[in-house]
Design a protein around this ligand. Structure first.
Ligand code: NDP
Length: 284
């Protein structure tokens, strides 16, 4: 039987995941289906139970269900545990051959997808670079460990609510050189320039700009917006205005995390470049 996969979220109409995974399946010769499920708010577990009962082998999880998926899993892999959120699950059969009593293994590939895409955009490793991460929500938390694993010179997390950035600093202090701060600490170049500035706030969804000082950007660095499909956001415009040459949005991150999940499910890693090129909208 053809193995079934899906992405679950709400709303889900805009999702590019079926297109991405079916492209991967075509390229690697895998016999799968991949659909989109609009999970009812408050009804995540029932929707996943129904998908498994119908033979579902794995799911991607998007907003607002990443914490529900964390609670649903029976086995959390390290990255999901540290991120406090799940974006992919794999279902194993129970003793009777169906989902009953079967393990639900959960991971989070958002951070590793982001790191892969940053390095693709930089054309060089993150090792030794100064990295500034704006935001301290779910996306930022999931990115911290994968970034630190690349051994950057330093990771600074800046957030509007200082206490959340400080909490992340203490949670991850054993994993590398990082500090949590607020935007004021970046003004006038007091924290120096950063090779990579990542906007992991949700400000761009509302056309807003996180209050980052332009002195934080380096002209030969990378300004990366996690939101995708919105063209030049206020953050990317700001970076462009001060001469930052490399600008990127989060479409590559989306494709890269999908490739990680696909490889985990199917045991074969697809080539991401053609799909990223197909989905990239020029930043103008
Ligand atoms: P959360 O709601 O968990 O966190 C939001 C963060 O944004 C908080 O740190 C908040 O600060 C900050 N923030 C919101 N508005 C402003 C503002 N006007 N100025 C400064 N800071 C602001 O969101 P997520 O972490 O889940 O998602 C963040 C973004 O990442 C989303 O826009 C999402 O689209 C994108 N994303 C992209 C992915 C991809 O594959 N490309 C995958 C996952 C996420 P405070 O704590 O002070 O409230």
């Amino acid at each position: 039987m053809t193995d079934q996969y899906a992405v679950i979220g709400n709303p889900i109409g805009h999702t590019k995941s079926p297109l991405i995974h079916m492209s991967f399946a075509g390229e690697t010769g895998q016999d799968i289906t991949y659909t989109a499920i609009e999970g009812p708010l408050g009804g995540f577990a029932a929707a996943v139970d129904a998908f498994r009962a119908g033979g579902g082998r794995g799911l991607n999880i998007t907003a607002p269900f990443k914490l529900d998926a964390f609670a649903y899993a029976t086995d959390l892999r390290e990255r999901a545990r540290l991120a406090g959120a799940v974006n992919a699950m794999k279902f194993e059969d129970g003793p009777e051959g169906g989902p009953e009593g079967g393990r639900v293994i959960a991971d989070n590939f958002d951070g590793v997808g982001l790191v892969n895409d940053i390095q693709r955009n930089l054309d060089s490793p993150l090792a030794g670079k100064r990295v500034l991460l704006l935001g301290a929500g779910g996306a930022a938390r999931g990115a911290i460990l994968p970034i630190l694993e690349q051994k950057p010179a330093e990771l600074v997390i800046a957030n509007r609510t200082l206490s959340k950035a400080q909490a992340l600093e203490s949670q991850f202090s054993g994993h590398g050189r990082l500090s949590g701060t607020d935007y004021a600490a970046l003004t006038g170049g007091r924290s120096g320039r950063f090779d990579v500035v990542l906007n992991a706030t949700s400000a761009s969804l509302r056309g807003e700009l996180p209050p980052v000082d332009t002195a934080a950007f380096a002209a030969d660095g990378l300004a990366y917006e996690l939101v995708y499909g919105k063209g030049l956001t206020p953050f990317l415009r700001l970076a462009q205005g001060v001469g930052v040459r490399r600008l990127a949005d989060g479409v590559g991150m989306l494709v890269e995390q999908a490739a990680e999940a696909f490889a985990w499910w199917r045991g074969i890693r697809p080539d991401t470049r053609p799909v990223i090129e197909r989905l990239t909208i020029p930043l103008v």
